[in-house]
Design a binder for this molecule. Structure first.
Ligand code: ADP
Ligand code: MG
Length: 276
């Protein structure tokens, strides 16, 4: 398919929601693959000790592999740990290994503990159009490092009961980080995931999210799809696993919306975002 526009400067997108299982990792890897497939250079930073994004991209992340832990804790350059994703040209991954689980605590006593990822990204010299950061399901120092390292927060919301529960806490954290550490931070994008058009509940949740957030919500929602959930066990994104599937097409469409909106389009600079 055609190319997607490339941003003037690197857009850093933080994929966050402290709730587990809402589609953070799935969204990170499939949006990244969609953008890369259409001519962008994209780095996925796996910031979850589980390493699910690394697995889904077919990246080796056993304990001895140089990883984002070494970057955060030992100050190792990001370029030492970044690996190319073999399935998709222009796509790269900074993997997470299990020792990242300890980083949350190790960071507490470190100098500039909130901005270690930002510094590593600033020192990275390879040209990139996008950096997508897959956050763990918590609001601890790893997620704070992600929120300090970029401007755009993307929140995946699963279309199910209690979808909005806990979002207030996430939005307050965005406000805190914006106020104290990173004035440019804003919620740029809400993506509805695992949408089942046949159920009334999913439609009701989607409507509620749209009336609560408005224009941050992408028009495209991601359908519940077996192909999407199968792909990671083959170390693939759905873009290569089943390119013609509804799941692949929906992520491509979501990526197109994100690319076309740009980072600084009027109304997406956080000034009038509904973040209370
Ligand atoms: P998180 O990173 O927020 O914990 P994941 O992306 O790992 O969430 O998704 C949780 C589970 O739901 C995974 O097993 C994943 O394969 C599955 N999943 C995610 N999105 C979809 C979808 N659109 N359709 C079907 N299954 C999905
Ligand atoms: Mg995850």
């Amino acid at each position: 398919g055609g190319r997607l526009p490339r941003p003037d400067k690197t857009r850093v997108v933080i994929v966050a929601n402290q709730k587990g299982g809402v589609g953070k990792t799935t969204t990170t890897v499939n949006l990244a693959a969609s953008l890369a497939t259409h001519g962008n250079r994209v780095l996925v930073v796996d910031l979850d000790p589980q390493g699910n994004a690394s697995t889904a991209l077919g990246i080796d992340h056993h304990a001895e592999v140089p990883s984002i832990y070494d970057v955060l804790i030992d100050g190792r350059p990001l370029s030492d740990v970044v690996q190319p994703v073999s399935e998709v040209e222009g796509l790269f991954c900074a993997p997470a290994t299990i020792d990242l689980a300890g980083a949350e605590i190790e960071l507490v006593s470190m100098v500039a503990r909130e901005s270690r990822l930002r510094r590593a990204i600033e020192a990275y010299e390879q040209p990139l159009d996008y950096i997508l950061i897959d956050c763990p399901p918590s609001l601890g120092l790893l997620t704070v490092n992600a929120m300090v390292a970029g401007a755009e927060v993307l929140i995946p919301i699963q279309c199910e009961y209690y979808a909005l529960e806990g979002l207030g806490q996430l939005l307050r954290n965005v406000e805190l980080v914006r106020g104290h550490l990173n004035p440019g931070l804003h919620v740029s994008t809400i993506l509805l995931t695992m949408f089942d058009a046949r159920t009334r509940l999913a439609s009701q949740v989607a409507e509620e999210v749209r009336s609560h957030f408005g224009k941050e919500v992408l028009r495209t929602s991601i359908p519940r799809s077996v192909r999407i959930s199968e792909a990671p066990s083959y170390g693939q994104t759905v873009l290569t696993y089943d390119p013609g599937s509804a799941g692949a097409l929906s992520y491509l469409e979501a990526a197109r919306e994100i690319a076309l909106r740009g980072a600084g389009v009027a109304g997406f600079d956080g000034q009038d975002a509904h973040t209370h």
